[in-house]
Design a protein around this ligand. Structure first.
Ligand SMILES: Cc1cc2nc3c(=O)[nH]c(=O)nc-3n(C[C@H](O)[C@H](O)[C@H](O)COP(=O)(O)OP(=O)(O)OC[C@H]3O[C@@H](n4cnc5c(N)ncnc54)[C@H](O)[C@@H]3O)c2cc1C
Ligand SMILES: NC(=O)C1=CN([C@@H]2O[C@H](COP(=O)(O)OP(=O)(O)OC[C@H]3O[C@@H](n4cnc5c(N)ncnc54)[C@H](OP(=O)(O)O)[C@@H]3O)[C@@H](O)[C@H]2O)C=CC1
Ligand SMILES: O=C(O)C(=O)Cc1c[nH]c2ccccc12
Length: 411
């Protein structure tokens, strides 16, 4: 049944959870619910699945954790996929995943406001087309919902192109240019690597300490080594071992202008969400001088930048590899469960369940691995409640339990 939703003035009651976001997290929850016979509705602001991956990442991107750490619940990657699937392979997996579980999000529905109505005991979720209501609200809008565009002094003066990595596709657009790359996270490093492939001369701004690990050590993934060791050893010991291996493999990155934070790489990721760089070649290009490292920017000028160490250089373009942020505070009107930065106040592994039927998925600071863990817990919790009020319905007559015709993820 694919009846189209018609914009109605009266609220649209959903007899199942409303999931905001059709990224891997929202799809995982819908799939786990569908697998238990519980319908749901996904509201997605764009016109596609996994829009971060489809619309806001660069061409050469790959998963940088081995694929078995990035699988969504109930469906493995195809066996013929490489250890690190490409962006295109990941997207095809996502599309197969949605098809497998009959997930049909309602696209082009930006959730502008969601709040809990204590009188009715329902969540009221407003989009540009109407108001949806449900007993359950699943926040799946992601840790990386919006680009971070820092207010660098003089940014408006610069006369060349300024592009955030969410809009960067390939170095082909910057061939042979001298480019300032602001940010030395995984995006900054990978964009510099990409720019070198097009004979550009990237200068990467490094303003604070950063951890860099080789993505692989002698054929083994750093992340895989860490996860294996963590089964038997404490986090600080594992981090110290990772750093020993990294320094033996990459050399002392301090000498390259990349000081390391005092907290270990995995601990820093788990606590702050700051991901260590998993190097796939940028370090050797820094060592060879093809990628230059600069101090923090003091201000931008019409033709370039002044740095805190007094240096001044001209650039043809600027790439802002300055990260992303959550947008939950922009639309979710609840003030006890989320921080003002839009992350759950309750740390992992307990940040998936709030009050009054509120759930979050994909805010664990653990990437797709965390997404999968959250989705299973959320689906189990909602299913228990849903069955109590709907009874064990078979898939064939489930639609009779829905009060309105709409796209829903059939079980
Ligand atoms: C460049 C990059 C590479 C990454 N690589 C990896 C990796 O290799 N491994 C890994 O584990 N993680 C990686 N991540 C982390 C990434 O967050 C996860 O891979 C994954 O995308 C998280 O899925 P999600 O559904 O939680 O969030 P997203 O993928 O961000 O999806 C959120 C969805 O919600 C929608 N949305 C947002 N706001 C609204 C709204 N108000 N109304 C309606 N819809 C809305 C968005 O359009 C989007 O489709 C990477 C992140 C980035 C930015
Ligand atoms: N699968 C893959 O291969 C990839 C995965 N990713 C993932 O995507 C997510 C986002 O990564 P990324 O886009 O790199 O963002 P990050 O948040 O990891 O890094 C942002 C970088 O920008 C810097 N920055 C921010 N503002 C300024 C400023 N005003 N001046 C100078 N530097 C500034 C930060 O420095 P500071 O530390 O000082 O704040 C930091 O180095 C991460 O989880 C990452 O793991 C990204 C790329 C590739
Ligand atoms: O790349 C991301 O955004 C991720 O969240 C993947 C990830 C989760 N935990 C990590 C620890 C070290 C490096 C990457 C990750």
């Amino acid at each position: 049944m694919n009846s189209c939703l018609e914009a109605e003035h009266s609220p649209i009651f959903v007899n199942g959870p409303i999931i905001v976001g059709a990224g891997p997290s929202g799809l995982s929850v819908a799939a786990c619910l569908s697998n238990r016979g519980v319908p749901s509705v996904i509201l997605e602001r764009t016109d596609c699945l996994a829009s971060l991956w489809q619309k806001r990442t660069y061409d050469r991107l790959k998963l940088h954790l081995p694929k078995h750490f990035c699988e969504l619940p109930l469906m493995k990657f195809p066996k013929n996929f490489p250890r690190y699937p490409s962006k295109q392979q990941f997207i095809s997996y996502i599309e197969s995943y949605a098809a497998r579980f009959n997930i049909e999000p309602v696209f082009n529905q930006t959730v502008e406001k969601a709040e809990f109505d204590v009188v009715s005991g329902l969540w009221k979720v407003k989009t540009q087309d109407g108001v949806y209501t449900s007993k359950w609200l699943v926040v799946a809008t992601g840790e990386n919902a919006e680009p971070v565009v820092p207010d660098i002094p003089g940014l408006k003066n610069f006369t060349g192109p300024v592009v955030h990595t969410s809009a960067y596709k390939s170095g082909s657009e910057f061939a042979n240019q001298k480019v300032l790359v602001v940010g030395c996270g995984n995006s900054g490093m990978e964009v510099c690597l990409d720019l070198c492939r097009y004979n550009a001369l990237p200068h990467m701004v490094v303003r604070n300490p950063v951890h860099v690990l080789p993505r692989d050590f002698f054929g083994l993934s750093s992340f895989g080594i860490a996860m294996t060791l963590l089964k038997w050893f404490p986090l600080k010991l594992v981090d110290n071992l990772l750093l020993l291996l990294a320094n033996s493999y990459l050399g002392n990155t301090d000498r390259l202008g990349l000081r390391r934070p005092k907290t270990g790489p995995i601990e820093l990721k788990n606590v702050t969400g700051k991901t260590p760089v998993l190097d796939v070649g940028a370090i050797s290009l820094i060592q060879s001088g093809q990628i230059r490292v600069t101090q923090a920017v003091k201000e931008l000028t019409k033709k370039g930048a002044k740095f805190v160490d007094g240096q001044e250089m001209e650039f043809e373009s600027i790439i802002l590899a300055t990260g992303y942020k959550s947008n939950v505070p922009d639309w979710l009107k609840e003030y006890s469960f989320f921080t003002k930065e839009g992350m759950p106040k309750t740390p992992f592994p307990n940040g998936w369940k709030g009050e009054n039927g509120l759930y979050t998925v994909g805010f664990t600071k653990r990437g797709l691995l965390g997404t999968a863990l959250d989705a299973v817990k959320i689906a189990e919790d909602i299913t228990d409640q849903w069955m109590k009020s709907n009874g064990p319905l078979s898939a064939s007559n489930i639609c009779s339990s829905c009060i309105i015709h709409f796209h829903f993820n059939k079980s």
